[in-house]
Design a protein around this ligand. Structure first.
Ligand code: PNS
Length: 161
């Protein structure tokens, strides 16, 4: 059994993330989506809400499981016996950032393998930032997030205000 991790902030998970997760599920027997903390970010949704949004988004994908983890990705990698971490990139800026992350993780865990997957087509420009900006403008991100997760996103947002 091969297992891949798709880690991220997922603030919130978008249809672009789901596309990446499905690509990873074609390459590996099992995919663990890890909702984590990027210390350089301030989040709109707390970890538990990001986890719940991610769970609703991948609910139909049987070989995908979602967890939340507050620790380091290099430790989670060994704990799960992962074969790879899959991350998406949409452009050169993403790519350079991901290379930097991949190097850091590899330097601290020689077993760590990063697989970068190009996001093109329909979701090439979609980002969580765009979704948060739409929400801030009072727009409903119907196309950008999974329909199963939309009502939780809107409910949580009302509580924040
Ligand atoms: O969606 P993001 O914000 O690009 O995801 C980044 C994330 C959460 C995968 C990264 O920050 C991470 O691996 N966080 C877990 C803590 C960790 O391992 N930190 C060391 C590398 S910065």
């Amino acid at each position: 059994m091969s297992l891949a991790i798709v880690p991220g902030s997922f603030d919130p998970m978008t249809m672009g993330h789901l596309d990446l997760i499905r690509k990873a599920a074609k390459r590996y027997d099992e995919v663990v989506v890890a909702v984590m903390i990027n210390p350089s970010k301030r989040y709109l949704f707390d970890l538990e809400t990001r986890l719940e949004i991610a769970r609703l988004t991948v609910a139909d994908d049987k070989r995908v499981r979602v967890i939340a983890d507050r620790g380091l990705l290099i430790d989670l990698y060994d704990r799960l016996g992962a074969k790879a971490v899959c991350k998406g990139f949409r452009n050169q800026t993403d790519y350079e950032y991901e290379l930097h992350m991949a190097d850091w993780n590899r330097d601290h865990n020689p077993r760590f393998r990063t697989e970068l997957i190009y996001s093109h087509g329909q979701y090439a420009t979609l980002s969580s930032t765009e979704v948060r900006e739409m929400l801030a403008r009072g727009e409903i991100p119907k196309e950008q997030v999974h329909p199963n997760a939309l009502s939780l996103i809107l409910t949580k947002l009302k509580k924040e205000l």
